[in-house]
Write a protein that binds this ligand. Structure first.
Ligand code: S3P
Length: 443
């Protein structure tokens, strides 16, 4: 009998040169938002560059359970047949896998829709804090029950009948902001949200593209609600840019390794590009060429070219943190490869991501022989590391930890085994092929 073994383990081999041109997969945050808004529009939206990863496929499955339909053309473009805002009660719980974005954004949408909905996910998602969305949604009048441990999913929502609120976010979180923005569309009155620090603004850009009634004034966003019938949105074409968070793995690798890497069609939303500022500050040779023509997704895109340089340590802190929150694991790797000390602080939020990224990255870096001190809100890394070779590390089920360690493995002088790499599928299908295309070797 033929059987196929899937090991969930990868061995990365040392590498001396990386070069080539890549188009990284679509932005995960933009794909989630477009998937949701196209599903409540009338008509068929075409989505170019939608991220075909486990998280986003899970989101589409949930939207289908709520009444939308999707299909792909032979060329791979995604078409979403919207519900015109008439969502149906699904037969069972909506399983959102590993995706915190899907859970928090959908909770906001469904809080406004009459019916009962249960949102759940994998063990990691069921350990992530949901009170941060429960509180504002309850204030708006939603009936929400968190039946997991200590304020976690599964989450039961009985939606409908929302009232506008004025809400100051206690954490700088684009997921919480976007959750309230979606709920606000279904509320009576004008909801005002105030952010403690700027976070990614993909939802605002999409609302603007859809001409939804929204006023942004500094840190405050005001949205006029449509009441329980919700807005009337028309289908359209969306372009999803490449994900700078996925590009970041190659940016760091190519910033140190001989050769040069060009990444095309990458999203250059200024609320997502702090990773480029940090790498430049560390001495990286980075050239950004913004595209001249705007795409139809309301997001700036362009090309990024990186070539080898000597990096030096830096401090990453304060308002910069929300704009590179998902790049911190790979920036910790950059810190390990740089000359001198790199300090990451004000990053408590890392403790409640797909894993506790402060703990899991410190653990893995130490295992590789990197001098690293774990702090409550970040870490201190002494570079350049004398990498201990021939070892094994774990992803702890976290896609960005897995990919960050794969990049560090390239700089080792013996193969590095990473356990638990299937999770990379949640955000970057094709990661290993891209590594091979640039000249890396992995088994
Ligand atoms: C996301 C926002 C960030 C980020 C996550 C995606 C989004 O989370 O870490 O991967 O799509 O809004 P927070 O906003 O909770 O920090």
């Amino acid at each position: 009998m033929l059987s196929i073994y899937k090991t969930d383990t990868a061995t990365v081999y040392p590498c001396t040169k990386l070069s080539g041109t890549l188009v990284v997969p679509g932005d995960k945050s933009v794909s989630h938002r477009v998937g949701i808004l196209a599903s409540i529009s009338s008509g068929i939206s075409r989505v170019n560059g939608f991220l075909n990863s486990a998280d986003c496929i899970g989101l589409l499955k949930a939207m289908e359970a709520l009444g939308a339909r999707t299909h792909r053309s032979r060329e791979g473009d995604l078409y979403i047949h919207g519900t015109g805002g008439r969502l149906i009660e699904p037969a069972g719980p909506l399983d959102l896998g590993n995706s915190g974005t899907a859970m928090r954004l959908l909770a906001g949408l469904l809080a406004g829709v009459p019916g009962a909905f249960t949102l759940t996910g994998d063990a990691s998602l069921q350990a992530r804090p949901m009170r941060r969305i429960e509180e504002p949604l309850r204030k708006m009048g939603a009936r929400i029950q968190l039946s997991g441990d200590r304020g976690c999913a599964p989450m039961l929502i009985k939606g409908g009948g929302l009232q506008a609120i004025d809400y100051e976010l206690p954490v700088a979180s684009a997921q919480v902001k976007s959750c309230i923005m979606l709920a606000a569309l279904f509320a009576e009155g004008t909801t005002t949200i105030i952010e403690p620090a700027p976070t990614r603004d993909h939802t605002e850009r999409i609302f603007e593209a859809l001409q939804l009634p929204m006023t942004i004034d500094g840190a405050s966003i005001a949205i006029e609600g449509f009441g329980s019938s919700g807005p009337s949105l028309q289908a359209r074409t969306w372009d999803v840019p490449g994900d700078i968070s996925s590009a970041a793995f190659w940016l760091v690798a190519a910033a140190v390794m001989k050769g040069s890497v060009t990444l095309q069609r990458v999203g250059l939303n200024p609320r997502r590009t702090a990773v480029l500022d940090v790498l430049k500050r560390m001495g990286a040779k980075v050239k950004v060429t913004p595209a001249k023509t705007a795409n139809s997704g309301a997001e700036p895109v362009g090309e990024i070219r990186v070539s080898a340089a000597r990096l030096r340590g830096t401090v990453i802190e304060g308002a910069e943190i929300p704009n590179l929150i998902d790049e911190i694991p790979i920036l910790a790797v950059a810190g390990a490869l740089a000359e001198g000390e790199t300090v990451i602080k004000d990053a408590h939020e890392l403790r409640v991501k797909e894993s506790d990224r402060i703990q899991t990255m410190c653990e893995n870096l130490k295992r590789m022989g990197v001098e690293v001190d774990e702090m409550d809100d970040g870490m201190r890394i002494g570079g350049p590391a004398n990498l201990r070779t021939g070892g094994a590390v774990s992803s702890y089920g976290d896609h960005r930890v897995a990919m960050s360690m794969a990049i560090l493995g390239l700089f080792s002088d013996a193969p590095l085994t990473i356990k638990g790499v299937d999770c990379i599928e949640t955000s970057y299908p094709g990661f290993w092929n891209h590594l091979r295309e640039l000249g890396g070797h992995v088994e």
